[in-house]
Write a protein that binds this ligand. Structure first.
Ligand SMILES: Nc1ncnc2c1ncn2[C@@H]1O[C@H](COP(=O)(O)OP(=O)(O)OP(=O)(O)O)[C@@H](O)[C@H]1O
Ligand SMILES: [Mg+2]
Length: 307
């Protein structure tokens, strides 16, 4: 099979298209002029305090800094050895996966690999029979879904999870905090202006793209810490897919952590720093997203549908 392109579902074996380009290098650091050398030296000193300086800091300041540094390294989400599935079917067989704080992680894999099952397990709709799920260092393995939501977890399920018989405004209010209704609507409309023109429309009568925007906006209004997104672009026109991905990119840039399942592999990998590939309920690849952009690596790990 060929390497996927933006707009190429991973689940389809006919992934014809151009070879994707690797992510652009970050902008080069501008060269310093000669006159800046002293400043640079001063900066270096400031950045690397001497042992004497550190020792001179009050103990409580040092402890606070250490605690802060430790907190920053605690991942947004950490799964270890998770076994989960449905009544008679074990789907996930010892899955370990980490979403570092403030980053986007892509979860890829063929149809039936267990991606949706993994997201359902993280949000609490399914209980693992073994293993552990932690959010920001808190064990949430046995926590009810609404309590996970209170901790800042948001799940945008496949099929959108909106109330189709309610209006756009009512849907947004349902997701807002008490007293924060107007702010929630404002925030949603800022993200997706078209929703502002449709506030009184029943959600079920919106176009597929607008429904997905509403689902995204609902997640956004709660300012979650971690968003799980399952196939947000499924069945949408390319122009809408662009808008959805631009939104996800912006949310990620603001520091929200993302775990992203999407058939548009290259777009998902373009946002993500890390990627995992799930096959038959097991992680078969975990590493830098850019690595999966390589044709060989992608073909080796993702392949076709589960048989
Ligand atoms: N409600 C259910 N009850 C029993 N088995 C299920 C249920 N939902 C999914 N499965 C099975 O679990 C396995 C994993 O399904 P899952 O939906 O998690 O895969 P996926 O990777 O999300 O696939 P896709 O790319 O098609 O969305 C499949 O074998 C599927 O048939
Ligand atoms: Mg799925």
């Amino acid at each position: 099979m060929t390497t996927p392109t933006a707009g190429t579902p991973v689940s389809e074996s006919s992934t014809a298209g151009q070879t994707p380009t690797a992510k652009p290098e970050p902008d080069a650091v501008p060269a310093q002029d000669a006159g800046a050398e002293d400043d640079a030296a001063a900066d270096t000193d400031a950045a690397a305090p001497s042992a004497a300086h550190v020792a001179a800091q009050p103990a409580d300041v040092r402890e606070e800094e250490a605690a802060q540094a430790k907190e920053e390294t605690i991942p947004a989400l950490d799964l270890s050895g998770v076994v989960s599935g449905y009544e008679d079917t074990t789907v996930l067989r010892g899955v370990s996966l980490t979403v570092p704080r403030g980053t986007a992680v892509a979860l890829l894999g063929p149809n039936g690999a267990g991606k949706t099952t993994l997201l359902r397990t993280v949000c609490g709709l399914l209980r693992p029979t073994a293993g552990r799920v932690e959010m920001e260092g808190t064990d949430i393995t046995r926590l009810a879904p609404h309590r996970r939501a209170r901790l800042g977890l948001c799940h945008i399920p496949e099929g959108r999870g909106i109330f189709r018989s309610l209006t756009v405004r009512e849907n947004l209010i349902m997701q807002s905090f008490p007293g924060g209704e107007s702010a929630a609507i404002e925030r949603a409309v800022e993200a997706f202006p078209v929703l502002g023109e449709r506030l009184t429309q029943t959600a079920g009568t919106l176009s597929g793209g607008q429904q997905q925007m509403l689902a995204m906006a609902q997640a956004h209004v709660r300012s979650p810490k971690l968003i799980l997104v399952d196939e947000a672009s499924l069945g949408l026109a390319p122009v809408i897919v662009d808008e959805i991905f631009a939104f996800l990119q912006a949310v990620s840039a603001e520091g929200t952590s993302l775990l992203l399942v999407d058939q548009f592999v290259v777009r998902a990998l373009g946002i993500a720093t890390t990627a995992y590939v799930l096959r038959r309920g097991e992680i078969v690849f975990g590493g830098p997203a850019a690595e999966l952009m390589s044709e060989d690596v992608f073909a080796r790990y993702v392949g076709g549908a589960e048989d």
